[in-house]
Design a protein around this ligand. Structure first.
Ligand code: PEP
Length: 381
């Protein structure tokens, strides 16, 4: 394996060579050595620290160098600078080593360890969009008999590029599903029981949803968390039982206003996600879409700025890379939710880590078709 790095800023150009490195997994499992061995600094790469040996990369660079590079050759991949800082905050485990060169250098080491199947930064991985509509406790039979026909069935989008999913009340699931049967719009529950069948009055189980050919459910919507007291652990169990039964899950996370204002957004998202990480296998993340919904933006008309949303999504993705795996970080769709409408959706969707939306109020209106169109027309992927 050869990895050439072209430098920018202060970094010296290096050629890193290593034969016999197993790239069947993403990580570099053995030491890589620089061709010129001066001022080397060893970095520990930490992926699944408990199950895999720490990989080491030996680089030729001076402390504090701001390394900018592109990777070419067999280990080809492009890297994006604006992901690096996010990765830093997501990987405190290796900060001790990283400090020797400055955090930016370390984050590049992590990218250097991606094999050729994982080229590019995780934000650049080609992911289909998801546009979800959360109808909450809204709608009646008049709505159910008209909106799907008049708006959803007429929405034009490439179903290979955009998945559209609407979540009516449980009572209306079946009727909406029937209305949508000749379309590419899917139907989702808004919640699912964390238990199986049995004496759980009022709960609908994951296997009852799949029995009804419902393919999706939300979990952890902030209204479930705040109004109905669902804990992180409850949400994690719901997510687990849903994916075990083959459902796709829109897992909602997000911080309250005070938490954002006190700089705790990352911490809150990480806490909510960690509960789910503790329950799922790596493979089960394939059924999970994360909906980042800052609680202060839900139903308030106060939308996060595109930059705020992009930054938080990138941070979530970097956190996933560290807590689960780079593959999962690259593949997981991260939706933004919170006062998305026909007027603000195009600006938001243009950001590389925003893979769609979970929409409340506007999903009950004809402008939902404009939101679907914004994803369909977006060119970043
Ligand atoms: C939601 O409830 O998930 C949501 C994002 O609502 P709204 O779009 O109305 O803010």
């Amino acid at each position: 394996m050869t990895m050439s790095m072209n430098s920018s800023n202060n970094y010296k150009v290096n050629t890193v060579t290593q034969s016999g490195v197993d790239t069947s997994n993403w990580g570099v499992k053995q030491n890589m050595e620089t061709s010129a061995a001066s001022e080397n600094t060893i970095f520990g790469l930490n992926r699944h620290a408990s199950t895999q040996p720490r990989s080491k990369v030996v680089m030729n660079a001076a402390a504090g160098d701001d390394i900018g590079f592109s990777v070419s050759g067999e280990f080809a991949g492009s890297t994006k600078d604006d992901h690096f800082d996010d990765i830093v905050s997501a990987s405190p485990k290796v900060n001790k080593t990283a400090r020797r060169m400055g955090s930016k250098a370390r984050t590049r080491m992590i990218l250097a360890a991606l094999d050729k199947d994982h080229e590019g930064s995780w934000g650049d991985v080609d992911r289909n969009y998801v546009i979800g509509g959360n109808w909450k406790s809204n709608g009646d039979m008049d709505f159910v008999n008209s909106f799907p026909k008049e708006v959803l069935a007429k929405a034009e989008f490439d179903e290979k590029k955009v998945e559209v999913v609407v979540a009516p009340t449980d009572l209306h699931l079946n009727a909406v599903q029937k209305e949508l049967k000749d379309t590419h719009v899917h139907v989702s529950a808004q919640d699912v029981s964390q238990y199986g069948r049995g004496a759980y009055t009022g709960n609908i189980t994951a296997d009852q949803l799949t029995d009804m050919k419902i393919g999706w459910t939300l979990t952890g919507h902030s209204e479930r968390r705040t109004l109905f007291g669902e804990s992180d652990a409850d949400v994690a169990l719901k997510t687990k039982i849903a994916v075990e039964n083959g459902l796709n899950v829109m897992l909602c996370i997000g911080e309250q206003l005070e938490e954002r204002e006190s700089g705790k957004t990352g911490e809150v998202n990480a806490r909510q996600l960690q509960a789910v990480v503790d329950e799922l296998t790596e493979g089960q993340w394939g059924n999970v879409v994360i909906a980042y919904e800052p609680v202060w933006a839900i139903g308030t008309g106060k939308v996060a700025t595109p930059q705020q949303a992009q930054d938080t999504h990138a941070e979530i993705r970097a956190w996933l890379a560290d807590a689960v795996s780079p593959e999962v970080a690259g593949a997981t769709r991260i939706l933004y939710g919170g006062s998305v409408n026909g007027a603000n959706c195009a600006d938001l969707i243009g950001n590389k880590d925003i893979d769609g939306f979970l929409v409340g109020g506007a999903s009950l209106k004809p402008e939902f078709a404009d939101i679907i169109a914004a994803a369909h027309n977006d060119q970043k992927k």
